[in-house]
Design a protein around this ligand. Structure first.
Ligand SMILES: [Zn+2]
Length: 209
């Protein structure tokens, strides 16, 4: 229902969008395996109708301009299907609601496929409940490391990291963070950066971690 509301009146502007609307692309995985780009949020709404949204942070941004001081809200929004897909985006606007809407659109455009697994030597269950190997993410002055953990461990992470990991469908992992971890926005993007690396170049060396 929600997804149909969201695509009502959608006139795709891209080839990928047209293919999704007419049904010749019917799975989100295809988008990633074929290396296609998501340039319209509706693509995600159609292919992942179960997508969930969480507001990570809202802050007031003040800027000096020739016309005086201008303040706007900046919202960081995460989306995910709790099953291997997660996105994170920022949106700025004069109204909070608009900032969240823009953040939600950008989170969809930034959607990423996440590789999950059981990289834990303590567990070795072979199921997709954790990260497959250790991954590192960096944004601004923040660095975070996600380490595979055994089933039942849960997320040993800060609240912000938990929200993003949950949306990605990671149930168990250890985290270590360094730098200015109080900067929520950079921290959130560092977690997202680490998750994206689960599908990056996988070398045998990394598999053994
Ligand atoms: Zn396991």
């Amino acid at each position: 229902m929600a997804s149909e509301e969201r695509i009502e009146g959608w006139i795709p502007r891209t080839q990928v969008g047209r293919m999704v609307l007419e049904g010749s692309i019917s799975s989100i995985k295809e988008i990633f395996t074929e290396g296609m780009r998501i340039l319209e949020p509706e693509i995600v709404n159609v292919l992942l109708p179960e997508l969930e949204e969480e507001v990570i942070n809202i802050n007031l941004v003040q800027k000096q301009t020739d016309a005086g001081e201008r303040s706007r809200f900046r919202a960081i929004v995460a989306v995910g299907n709790r099953n291997g897909y997660v996105g994170l985006g920022a949106g700025k606007a004069r109204q909070v609601r608009k900032a969240i809407e823009k953040g939600a659109v950008n989170a969809r455009l930034n959607l990423s496929i996440i590789r999950r697994g059981c990289g834990s030597w303590e567990c070795m269950c072979g199921k997709s409940h954790s990260v497959p190997f250790q991954v590192k993410g960096k944004t601004g002055g923040v660095e975070i490391v996600l380490l595979p953990g055994p089933r039942g461990l849960g997320l040993v992470a800060s609240e912000v990291a938990k929200v993003i990991l949950n949306l990605a469908g990671i149930n168990d992992c250890w985290t270590k963070s360094y730098g200015s971890t109080k900067t929520i926005n950079s921290f959130a993007f560092a977690v997202f950066d680490a998750l994206k690396k689960t599908y990056g170049l996988v070398t045998p060396e990394r598999w053994s971690l």
